[in-house]
Design a protein. Sequence first.
Length: 402
Amino acid sequence: MTTETVDVIAGIDTHAETHHLAVITTTGARLADRSFPASVQGYGDLLAFVVTLGRIIAIGVEGTGSYGAGIARFLRKAGITVHEVIRPGGQVRRLRGKSDPIDAYAAAHAVLAGHDLPTPKDADGEVEAIRVLTVARRSAIKARSAAATQIKSLLVTAPDALRARFRGLSNDDLHAKLAAQSPAQATDTVEVATLASMRHLARRHHALTREITDLDSDLDALVTSTAPALRAAYGVGPVTAAPLLITAGDNPDRLTSEGAFAALCGTAPIPASSGKTTRYRLNPGGDRQANAALHQIVLVRMAHDPRTKAYVAKRTAQGKSEKEIMRCLKRAVAREVYHLIVHPQPVPRTDDLRPLRHAKGMTLRTVAEQFNVWPARISDIERGKRRDDDFASTYRQWLLAA
């Protein structure tokens, strides 16, 4: 006599040291629950335990971006369908209570119900490397800003002789002069202690600046190799491309549409209609770092891109405010970025332009005067730092005909 294998669904409540597993059937019947260590050995034991109960349909994991990252990564590598389960809110917890088994069973039932659960990000590729570098860069930026603010604050309340000594200097000159000061016994006088404090802060500021420069270089290389089409887009630099790639993840195919990506970035308008009123409002949710990156791209294009300038003029003539126009532009840029990440097209080569110019014996200034642009723009296009396919094509044709 053979026993029929049942289909099972599991849910996992994750913690720093242990993960609690709960398993149910596809009809919702509870089978078993158990805790396992949050380690590679524990992950293997957890999966083996579920297999003994039936054929795995899917597993829901709480906190796939934090405590659940390891188990989610392990299960995906084992070929298991993993869904990200949102932790229940306070109202639900008050009604049913709070414990590890309760939360684990709730995760399993959420998978069974199929409430549009998101697919977790793959955190094992180049985008994950970009994310961890971005975390370090963001903290360095905050620390450097704090150091600069503290220097200014100390200088405001410093003794008059010290204030007169550094009055009228720019920030860069002030930090350089303070960092070059010779160390002294900080316990002598208030003036000496204040100078020593500002000297330490200025040196910290310089060290953080070097750290940020190194991180920017690493980020640029990673972003360019991961998404060359996105990096080459107008107004997109490594710092703005990074959060957009992080939002998409190492598996951007999990994004079902450009509208879904816009919602993740907080640029998809939300219906706010009632009765006879039909309106939409700004989405305050989504990844705010990605939203800020889109905002920065829009600002650059509004200032320098001819097509964006023409669009802004057109919408302004229609009576739209600057805020409304920027919302429309952010939505359009989100659509563009989605396709650059999910459906990238090869970036046209420009590395032949500089050798061709040198072969013709021309300088950057000669070319710049011909096209009535700055020499720096020609240099950026030749080195692939700025993308302008139409201009690059025209430039190449002119060089060949010269």
